[in-house]
Design a protein around this ligand. Sequence first.
Ligand SMILES: [Ca+2]
Length: 159
Amino acid sequence: MIATLIAAMFLSQGSEWSLEHNTIEQGPATVHYGHVRLHMTKENPYPCMTGVLLTGKGSLSGPPTSSTPNEPLLPFDTWEKVEGGVRITFCRSADERQLLPVSTLKNFYFIVTREEFDGKDMAKLLGDWGKSGSFWDLNGDGVVDGGDLTILLSKWATN
Ligand SMILES: [Ca+2]
């Protein structure tokens, strides 16, 4: 399977933290991965970041290592689903024995699967018609056909 890398990678830089957020589109699912890095300095030994990773609508899932079934294991202090994304909070205090500046890193990885489809999705599904190994094989029977189209139409966006 060939994943389409959509050029949605962005890098945010603050004095206290930086964020790298990459996405890979896989049919109706989008893989989100990257890291947040906190920078502890003598001037600011207690860096803190809070922000929203933009994901769009959909169900959130993660790797099978998650302690909560069907939910991602996100390594931040807190995370919650909010409109259009996932809000994360990550704070640290430098240990007094640490030589500053130093930075600490959290990697994240989760998947958002859209539950509503539109004409663009139908075009992509039809583009993979008859193919095996496509991410548009929504029922997982190995081939993209009428069964998958039925699922797509049953989840057609109403707004
Ligand atoms: Ca199928």
